[in-house]
Design a protein around this ligand. Structure first.
Ligand SMILES: [Zn+2]
Length: 238
């Protein structure tokens, strides 16, 4: 998690004004007063120099709070790269874009929340942990009930490319297939290290985890684009 509460103020480690304040936050007076924005229990700051991992907060004792759970280094990296990219490319249309945005009505923390000048709302979820179908459906229904368009991008770890024409999808990836108007299913993944987007098209179940595909389209993050309905389009840069 990138956010914590310090004496009523939200600290967001990706904001410029907090980027150079490691020493201040490490002092006991601050260090012992950092709390989770969701469950309000104590969190500790992980910010080493030289940096081995992306600086973040973590619950001192993990109880049943969902904020920050299952967030690997790759998850944080992917989330931040998607955030930076969307912030830049959608800039002229944005009212606000937030990382780890708390939605009080559904008590969810969205990886990336976008409010457009038109009033339209999106969340972008970067999913790397193999959570259950039930959890995914619950989250999607909550977004729907709030009239928020939800876009899910899987980690490359949820898909294994077996051969040219088949792939294995882990459970969360199966649940996050995008079903097009004409019944064809596709899936989008992001590899944050390579900054590579893969789009698996024409997915059809072969057996339990194995799917046939019509093709895989690979591109770099800077070619990724969504239309106003949150549907993926890709701009080929020549
Ligand atoms: Zn918490």
């Amino acid at each position: 998690m990138q956010k914590a509460i310090l004496r009523g103020e939200t600290i967001n480690l990706i904001e410029k004004r907090w980027k150079n304040r490691r020493e201040y936050l490490k002092q006991p007076l601050q260090r012992n007063e950092l709390f989770c924005p969701l469950c309000e229990s104590k969190v500790e700051m992980h910010w080493a120099l030289p940096a081995k991992r992306i600086s973040h907060f973590k619950h001192k004792i993990q109880r049943d709070c969902t904020y920050g759970v299952g967030e690997s280094e790759e998850h944080n990296l992917g989330k931040l790269k998607l955030y930076e990219y969307l912030k830049e490319t959608l800039a002229s249309k944005l009212e606000t874009i937030q990382v780890e945005h708390f939605l009080p009505d559904s008590k969810q923390v969205a990886d990336i929340f976008i409010l457009f000048k038109t009033g339209q709302k999106w969340v972008v979820e970067y999913q790397r942990s193999n959570i259950s179908s039930e959890d995914i459906r619950k989250r999607r229904l909550l977004y729907k009930s709030l009239n928020i368009t939800d876009i899910w991008i899987c980690g490359e770890n949820l898909v294994k490319e077996d051969e040219l024409v088949t792939v294995s999808l882990r459970n969360a990836a199966q649940e996050l297939q995008y079903k097009g108007k004409f019944g064809s299913a596709s899936l989008i993944t992001f590899n944050p290290i390579k900054e590579e987007i893969s789009i698996f098209r024409g997915l059809e179940r072969l057996n339990l985890n194995s799917f046939t595909i019509s093709d895989i389209f690979k591109c770099q993050l800077n070619e990724l684009c969504f239309n106003v309905w949150g549907i993926l389009i890709v701009i080929r840069i020549i």
